[in-house]
Each structure stands twice: as structure tokens, then as C-alpha cells.
Design a protein around this ligand. Structure first.
Ligand code: S3P
Length: 424
């Protein structure tokens, strides 16, 4: 589906952002380990989370969809082998977290994925899981992979990467392993696994950048999932750069391991306020008010990168509207996402007149630049490139055409409706 995006005057009004993708994956997968029934309220309808849901169903869980907002996962029957491969679709989170779960089962499984996922690196989880006793068959550490379930032992793993997917994979193997499993990362990545593990009764401790678990049985729970700050980020960026905008985004997860984008936008002079702060199933949540702001440039590097890794494409769009030079560094893992996001963002923003330069681990962006439009944008089968391009299109002088915009359905099928609702 190709779409045309036209310039708008401003964004005004209130929207509710759909459920967080990372937390939904975890709610689905962790429920599958409880040997009981879990009720999940407000879950992501994106294709990535549907991949996780389909897989736990294939492994023997019963899914009862009560309404658009509510489902029950019945995992009373212990997980059992599937005689067909488990399809992770486009989802790195499904692949890496499920691998941690499957490594310690008493059966074998095979994982497959789409073309993009089959190119993504899995060595980052295979190496530590093998150290725990897991057995894999793979070709150059890529999907498809076979996992032979094994008896696992805890390890003390020092990760070269700050990655919540790797951390979660090891911790999921760890709750099924003998002894203690500890994971240490150079910077703190998102901690939804830690928070949900403790919500579901696991024996887990965090000290600085080290998390440790011992063998634990997760207990059935009711889980309410707040809105996704990574989805909200497109609207936050749009409201900051489109004159006269003033919006409220309701029910957004503001876990501090995810709010790097808010910290950077505030440092750029962005007018952003948290309202009605509360805790929802162990996760901090708030409504967010955003108003148009005269942005200035920022330096974005180091520990903040894992706290805003998924928001960097739309941050790059906002930086084109900030006075001065924005430098984004230490984000080399962006090249291993659904697309090489450093190269994709640079190439597509250049087409609309941005002053942006690619570096090995990020970007140098000079602003403020009037964006031109009147061109075709590729989204590289990457939902976040598609949505970032859409936000840029809202301020281009002439319309842009975004090709294959349906990739947005990977994380945020409601995106276009919500943009249309706020656009004036
Ligand atoms: C995720 C972690 C991040 C993020 C991804 C979701 C998660 O990946 O980019 O969209 O849910 O754990 P990495 O762990 O590879 O940085």
C-alpha cells in the first residue's frame, strides 16, 4: 500500500496510544510459563506480538479473546512440542526471547522468520545460551534455527551489548536453570522483563547493570499493559515540530529505561509534560502533553542510547527542525534492526532536503532545514522508517509518497487513524 502524505497546519486533540509492544510480548510469553490462567488487559495488535501469541498457541496454550481489549491465556497444560516450525515473522523480540524459553524445555523446536528477520544476528543469544548448556543448529547464527531442549545451568554473563532482548533471553533460560544466572550489560537496557518477573513472583534481583535470577516458577497474574512510548514518540516528535500543535497522549508507559527520548527532547527545548502519573502492573504510566517548541540541537550518546534506541529514526526527523548540529553516536546496533536504520534514515531524509550525514555509529544533522518533498520514499520493510517518513511528510512543502506503508502494521496498525484524528 503506497500512501501520499501532505503538509498539515497543526496537530490538536487527545489520543490514547495502543499497548506497548515489548510489554505485550513479555505478557504473552511469560503467561505461557505459569501453568495457569492469565488475564491480559490492553495488548498490542501489531503483527510482531501476534507472532508471539501464535507461537505460544502452537506450544499448547489456549487463547481466549474476550474483547478488543482483553484476552485470557490458559497455560494449564505444560508447553509441548510443535510439529511445525514456529514462525517469528518479522520479530526479533519473539525470536530472541522464545529461544531463551525453548532452550530449557524437554523437547526440540525450530524457529523461522521472514526475509528481514532471517538476516538478523542471533549469535548474541546463541553464545550465552550455549554456555548455559543449550544446543542449537544454525547457519552462520541466522534463522532458521533448531533448538534442542536441554538441561541448563546458570552462568554469570558479561554482555558486550546493552540489549534487553539478549538480557531477557538469558533470564528466561535462567528461571529454568540450576543455580544462579546473572547478566551484566555495559548500560542499562529496558527492564520490562525484570519488572514482570517480580510481578509474577520470580526470584530476581537488580544491582546496577547486573540482574540475577534463580530457578523460579512464574505465577498466574492479571496484567494490564500501558501504551507504547515508542509509538507515542512519533506523535511527540510531530507535535514538537508542527507549528501551533498541542496534544495529549493518554496512558503511555514512562518506565525510565524507555524515556531517553523525552530527556533528549526536553534538552532540545521541547515542551513536554507528564500528567496523571500512576503505576500499572508494576510499570510507571502517565498522560503526556506536548506543545510545539522551538527546538535546539543536542548531543546524544552513551548510556542514553539503549533508552531511546527505537526512537532514533524519528529523533533524526525532529533534529532537522532544531537550530544547530545534532550528533547521535554509539548507536551502531541500529544497523542490525529491521533495516539498517542509519543508512535508511540518511538516504530517505536526504531525498527531502535534510542536511544529514551518516557516521559508522549514528548521524550528524544540521538544522533547521525546510523539507521539500515531491519524491518517493522507501521504507525498507521497516515499520519505524515508514512512520518516521510519515512525520517528516507532515512538514514537507510538497507531498511525499511512501511506498509499502503497510509495514506500519508490524507495531502500530492504528497509526494512520490516530494521525488523521489529530491533524488539522
Ligand atoms: C526490545 C529491545 C530492543 C528494541 C526492540 C525491542 C525488547 O532491542 O530495539 O524493539 O522488547 O526487548 P535490543 O535488545 O536488540 O536492543
Amino acid at each position: 500500500m503506497d500512501i501520499t502524505v501532505n503538509k498539515i497546519k497543526s496537530l490538536k486533540g487527545t489520543i490514547e496510544i495502543p499497548a506497548d509492544k515489548s510489554i505485550t510480548h513479555r505478557a504473552f510469553m511469560f503467561s505461557a510459563l505459569t501453568k495457569g490462567k492469565c488475564k491480559i488487559y490492553n495488548y498490542s495488535k501489531g503483527a510482531d506480538c501476534t507472532s508471539s501469541l501464535n507461537i505460544i498457541k502452537q506450544l499448547g496454550c489456549e487463547i481466549n479473546i474476550i474483547s478488543d481489549k482483553e484476552l485470557i491465556i490458559d497455560a494449564s497444560q505444560a508447553l509441548k512440542p510443535s510439529n511445525t516450525p514456529l514462525d517469528c515473522g518479522n520479530s526479533g523480540t519473539t525470536t530472541r526471547l522464545m529461544s531463551g524459553i525453548l532452550a530449557g524445555q524437554n523437547f526440540s523446536s525450530s524457529l523461522i522468520g521472514d526475509e528481514s528477520l532471517s538476516k538478523r544476528p542471533m549469535k548474541r543469544i546463541i553464545t550465552p545460551l550455549e554456555l548455559m548448556g543449550a544446543e542449537f543448529i544454525h547457519n552462520d547464527y541466522k534463522l532458521p534455527i533448531e533448538i534442542k531442549g536441554n538441561h541448563l545451568s546458570g552462568i554469570n554473563y558479561i554482555s558486550p551489548l546493552a540489549s534487553a532482548q539478549v538480557k531477557s533471553s538469558i533470564l528466561l533460560a535462567g528461571i529454568n536453570a540450576d543455580g544462579l544466572t546473572s547478566f551484566t550489560e555495559p548500560y542499562k537496557s529496558r527492564n520490562h522483563t525484570e519488572l514482570m518477573f517480580s510481578y509474577m513472583g520470580a526470584d530476581i534481583k537488580t544491582q546496577g547493570n547486573t540482574v540475577s535470577v534463580s530457578k523460579s516458577q512464574l505465577t498466574p497474574a492479571e496484567i494490564e499493559i500501558p501504551g507504547d512510548i515508542s509509538s507515542a514518540a512519533f506523535f511527540i516528535a510531530a507535535a514538537l515540530i508542527i507549528p501551533n500543535s498541542d496534544i495529549i497522549i493518554k496512558n503511555v508507559n514512562i518506565n525510565e529505561t524507555r524515556t531517553g527520548i523525552i530527556d533528549v527532547f526536553k534538552a532540545m527545548n521541547g515542551n513536554i509534560e507528564f500528567l496523571n502519573e500512576r503505576i500499572v502492573s508494576n510499570e510507571k504510566t502517565a498522560d503526556i502533553r506536548v506543545q510545539y517548541s522551538s527546538l535546539k540541537s543536542a548531543m546524544v550518546e552513551g548510556e542514553i542510547i539503549p533508552r531511546l534506541i527505537d526512537e532514533i529514526p524519528v529523533l533524526a526527523v525532529a533534529a532537522t527542525q532544531a537550530e544547530g548540529t545534532t550528533i547521535i553516536k554509539d548507536a551502531q546496533d541500529l544497523r542490525n534492526k529491521e533495516a539498517d536504520r542509519i543508512s535508511a534514515v540518511t538516504k530517505e531524509l536526504k531525498k527531502i532536503g535534510a542536511d544529514i550525514q551518516e557516521t559508522p555509529d549514528g548521524f550528524i544533522i544540521n538544522g533547521k532545514t525546510d523539507l521539500t518533498g515531491n519524491c518517493e520514499i522507501e521504507c525498507y520493510h521497516d515499520h519505524r522508517i515508514a512512520m518516521s517518513a510519515h512525520i517528516a511528510g507532515l512538514i514537507c512543502k510538497k507531498p511525499i509518497k511512501i511506498k509499502e506503508f503497510q509495514w506500519v502494521n508490524i507495531s502500530f496498525p492504528e497509526f494512520l487513524n490516530l494521525i488523521n484524528k489529530l491533524s488539522i
